[in-house]
Design a protein around this ligand. Structure first.
Ligand SMILES: [Zn+2]
Length: 451
């Protein structure tokens, strides 16, 4: 009996060792795949060095020069400019034509549309707005892949599609370089423009011409660098223009310039009444990716913070604010990146969005936290406006020692917008109407604060 039991033990030991080897192998393989995936989400430039600018245009200051071989990720796009984060933590703007005109590279992939009509979304979720629809067999450069969604470079903008709608092959697509206008084109412009007092000239390539003076306006067409238009008027941050072919639309004034001194005066007057426009504000939807934040049945804090911040972004962008998101999809943002992003951008303000959680179900309401005393006035204004909307009770403005606000050079706050642990709070803040009201509160608060 004794022999048999020892033998049995030996067999178990062998089985255990085989099991251990299998587990180690499997874990090792999956982390290798994860590593490879992360490598793919970064890209590199083929140029030796690139100018990193403060804003999306050649008129902005060069903040530093980066070696082209430094891996980077595209965070967002404005017209033909990418806001990018380099592997060395440098952050800034580069023109898309520097990033996309590169020759074939190992980590570059092309998407080919498999379906007759493929919807392209603004974000990597089905709730997001559909930007456009593309035909079967269209080809696009892949920028990024995440959780069944693929980010594509479209003509002058970026969009997300479902991975099931496309075929992925290695390769690159050459994008058209910006061209100077010919003499013939110039004379046709001159004939047309001579009938008008003032002209507007684009200062970037691929500038959107919209049907309304807001980022919500539909894009009618795009203008190349140095394209000229007749000036019809000004509305908000936009020039109302007429093209040589008679098309009318709106162009943002930071991607174009005009020869009218009268307009400069008008612009100054407009700026004096709305000093919110032109501000740089960083929005940080708390948590994300593998960090879900607080949980309640079927709802993650990371989802609600993102929806809230996106509503705020829309509202602020419409008011001419330069909004920078620390994330605009379900990705993880290291805590140290939040203040770093704001500091690098010289942001006027950073707002971090969170939803609270505690033991028990009775705790309720919103709390606005500041770290530096200099942030108290703006925090108080935001709290007052949240109270004005009276959706949830206010727990006031408090000092909070959180990393995302502690390391800020400028002003900032962390807002807890309700309790995940309180079912009646959840019933209110899981609604789109709540995110909208938060956006209105913040917009109202900042309009008052910056006046
Ligand atoms: Zn949180």
């Amino acid at each position: 009996m004794r022999d048999r039991s020892e033998n049995h033990f030996q067999q178990n030991k062998v089985a255990y060792l085989i099991y251990l080897v299998l587990v180690i192998g499997l874990v090792g393989f999956s982390s290798f795949q994860l590593y490879q995936f992360n490598q793919k989400s970064y890209r590199t430039l083929t140029t030796d060095v690139i100018n990193l600018r403060e804003g999306p245009g050649i008129t902005y200051d060069i903040k530093s020069q980066i070696e082209g071989s430094t891996p980077y990720r595209v965070m967002r796009q404005e017209n033909n400019w990418y806001y990018i984060l380099f592997d060395n933590q440098e952050i800034g703007w580069i023109p898309t034509w520097m990033a996309d005109s590169q020759t074939a590279e190992a980590n570059q992939f092309i998407a080919t549309t498999l379906v007759d009509e493929m919807d392209v979304y603004e974000e990597n979720t089905e709730d997001a707005e559909i930007i456009t629809t593309t035909a079967k067999d269209s080809k696009y450069q892949i920028l990024y892949q995440a959780e069944g969604w693929v980010q594509l470079q479209l003509d002058g903008e970026i969009g997300w599609v479902k991975q099931t709608d496309i075929d992925i092959t290695p390769g690159t697509i050459a994008y058209q370089q910006s061209t100077d206008i010919t003499e013939e084109e110039q004379s046709s412009y001159d004939d047309f423009l001579s009938d008008y007092d003032y002209t507007v000239t684009t200062t970037a390539d691929g500038v959107n011409i919209r049907d309304a003076a807001t980022t919500d306006g539909n894009i009618i067409t795009k203008a190349a660098l140095n394209e000229q238009f007749a000036y019809l008027g000004q509305e908000n941050e936009y020039y109302h223009v007429r093209a040589v072919d008679g098309t009318e639309g709106y162009i943002v004034n930071w991607l174009s310039e005009s020869d009218s001194t009268a307009m400069a005066d008008q612009a100054q007057a407009a700026e004096a009444t709305s000093t919110l426009a032109g501000r740089t504000i960083v929005l940080d939807p708390g948590h994300g990716g593998i960090d879900p934040g607080a949980l309640t049945d079927g709802l993650y804090e990371k989802e609600v913070t993102l929806q809230t911040a996106l509503a705020v972004r829309e509202k602020l962008e419409a008011a001419g604010v330069n909004v920078i998101m620390t994330r605009d999809s379900d990705t993880e943002v290291p805590l140290s990146d939040v203040a770093y992003t704001a500091n690098q951008a010289g942001a006027d303000l950073m707002i971090s969005f969170h939803y609270d959680s505690t033991e028990g179900v009775s705790a309720t309401g919103t709390t606005v936290y500041y770290y530096a005393d200099g942030s108290i006035p703006v925090a108080e204004e935001v709290q007052a406006q949240l109270m004005e909307q009276s959706l949830l009770p206010s727990n006031g403005v408090k000092f909070g020692d959180f990393q995302v606000i502690r390391e800020l050079q400028g002003e900032g706050m962390l807002i807890e917008l309700g309790y995940m642990s309180n079912p009646s709070d959840v019933a209110i803040f899981s609604q789109e109407s709540y995110w909208q009201q938060v956006a209105d509160s913040i917009y109202n608060a900042l309009t008052i604060y910056y006046q």
